[in-house]
Structures are given as structure tokens and as C-alpha cells.
Ligand binder design. Structure first.
Ligand SMILES: [Zn+2]
Length: 291
């Protein structure tokens, strides 16, 4: 998948979740407590939690102290309140922070987007279970197939032991420039969104979407070994030869697509038997499963 398309997907993923994050209250369960001879019924929240190893294994964060394992508990009604408060792109990391049992006092918005996305899937699983129902249409015969995906079975691509940031792309085919870059974190996306809004409010006639250039600005660390001021970097990106840009996108995608959950799925059509290839999407079912 093209890198920009991937980012767009991640943005869409956030937006979809903001729209669909309605939590059905299932947390209050009757529990029998034995107290000596006496049997009584109490309503208690059952703490369910699980420990997960994130795709980066905590290795891609340089000096930041990021562990390899995270423990999440199931969501409760309090998290539903959090969703209703509506904090834009911060909602997902805030929601995960609230359900984080270890590490403690950790802000997941510093996590790279593939680690955060991984934890978001695990939060869904620990709360509602791994069964995810969806409908996929067969391109061959048109049949709408009901599919149940086990989210626990999604393959995880872990970061290579030798992964370091910033990583190098280049020399670019036209300019010969060598660029170093980084994978974006949730905080980067939050900053990009804020800055984009600032630009649009200051420049109502802005042509296009400021997020496009801003995203490249956040990805690039140095050009030919030099750090570049934001406005100079902006100019550089705007004037980049289209062939260099294409080369950059493709190499960046090669490196970044190799970490995180793999959403590519294949289902055999129940009507004609052909393979239906699709990419798993977030729908209402994600945080609002039907029982
Ligand atoms: Zn078919």
C-alpha cells in the first residue's frame, strides 16, 4: 500500500473509531462470594486484564523509556464517558492510557502509530473478545459473505533487532539527496492536525490539504546530514521532483509496512469458491459488537 494511503487509512481508522466507540455496558456482573457459611450475591466489576508484547518491542524509541510489554484491562463505562468528551485524535491514546495497568504513569500518545493501533486491537479483544463480524462482497459472483475474523489470529510483524531511527532513504534518483526519516507517533498526528487547523484558520484560501506537506515535514529528520528549519523543509518538499517523491514514498513504505498488525485477509466465497482478498476495516462492530 502507498505510504500516504496508509496514513490516510490510519486517520480514517481514528475517525471511524470516534464515530463508533459506543461501549455496551457488560462490566457489571453478578458474582457469588462465599463468606463462611453465608452465600451472598454482590455486583462487582470483574477485572480482566492481559499482557501484550508490542510490535516494536520498545526498540524503536531511542532515549525514550518504552517497555516491550503492556498490560491492559477491559473498558468500563468510565471510558465511554471519555469517548463522549471527544478529544479528537487524542481520544484513542487517552482511552488506552485509562485502561493501562502496566507500565504505570505512561502516556501512550508517544507510541508509534503501529504500536498504538496494536494496543487498540488488544483493548477491543480484552473487552469484547476476539470475534469480529463483517460482511465481504465477492468480486467474482457478487455474493455478500458473512465473515467472522478472530482478531487474536491477525499476524504481528515485529521490528527487526537492527531497526534504528532515523533510517536512511536515498540517494534520491534525480537530486541525489540522502534523507533520514522517522515513523510517526500518535503525538505527531495530533500535532499535524493542530498545525493544519492553525494554517487553515490563518489562510482560508489555502489550496489543498495542509496535512499532506506537514506529514512529510514530520517524517523527515535530515537532508544530506543537515537538520533543516521547518519553513525550509516545507519549501524543499514542495519543490521536490515528482520522481524523487515517488521514490521516497516507496522506500519509506517498504520500511514502515514491515512492523505492526497485518490486516490483509483472504476468505473463500461460500457461493463460488473464489478467494476474496480484503483489508480488515474498523466498523461499528469494533467497539459495538452485536450479541
Ligand atoms: Zn463468489
Amino acid at each position: 500500500m502507498a505510504d500516504f494511503a496508509q496514513q490516510t487509512c490510519l486517520n480514517i481508522l481514528y475517525i471511524q473509531i470516534l464515530l463508533t466507540l459506543t461501549i455496551v455496558r457488560k462490566d457489571v456482573l453478578n458474582e457469588i462470594i462465599l463468606m463462611g457459611e453465608k452465600v451472598m450475591t454482590a455486583k462487582r466489576i470483574v477485572p480482566i486484564s492481559e499482557k501484550y508484547e508490542i510490535p516494536s518491542r520498545g526498540k524503536v524509541y531511542g532515549d525514550l523509556d518504552v517497555p516491550s510489554e503492556f498490560t491492559l484491562r477491559a473498558m468500563t463505562t468510565l471510558e465511554e464517558k471519555m469517548r463522549l468528551a471527544g478529544q479528537g485524535l487524542s481520544t484513542i491514546p487517552n482511552l488506552i492510557n485509562a485502561c493501562l495497568m502496566s507500565p504505570t504513569d505512561f502516556d501512550t500518545s508517544i507510541l508509534k502509530i503501529f504500536d498504538l493501533q496494536f494496543l487498540m486491537y488488544k483493548l477491543r479483544i480484552v473487552t469484547y473478545g476476539p470475534e469480529y463480524k463483517l460482511v465481504v462482497r465477492c468480486d467474482n459472483c457478487g455474493k455478500e459473505n458473512d465473515v467472522v475474523v478472530n482478531l487474536d489470529d491477525l499476524p504481528v510483524k515485529y521490528a527487526e533487532d537492527n531497526y534504528i531511527e532515523p533510517f536512511t532513504v536515498g540517494p534520491l534518483p534525480v537530486s541525489g539527496d540522502i534523507i533520514t526519516c522517522r515513523i510517526l507517533s500518535a503525538n505527531d498526528f495530533i500535532e499535524i492536525e493542530k498545525e493544519s487547523k492553525r494554517i487553515l484558520s490563518k489562510t482560508p484560501n489555502y489550496v489543498g490539504d495542509p496535512e499532506f506537506i506537514l506529514t512529510y515535514r514530520y517524517k523527515i529528520s535530515t537532508i544530506n546530514g543537515q537538520e533543516v528549519l521547518p519553513f525550509k523543509l516545507q519549501e524543499y518538499i514542495e519543490k521536490m521532483h515528482a520522481r524523487d517523491m515517488r521514490f521516497f514514498d516507496s522506500k519509506y513504505a517498504d520500511l514502515t509496512e514491515n512492523i505492526g498488525l497485518d490486516f490483509e485477509q483472504v476468505h473463500v466465497c461460500t457461493s463460488c469458491g473464489s478467494d476474496i482478498k480484503y483489508t480488515l476495516q474498523v466498523t461499528d462492530e469494533f467497539f459495538r459488537p452485536k450479541y
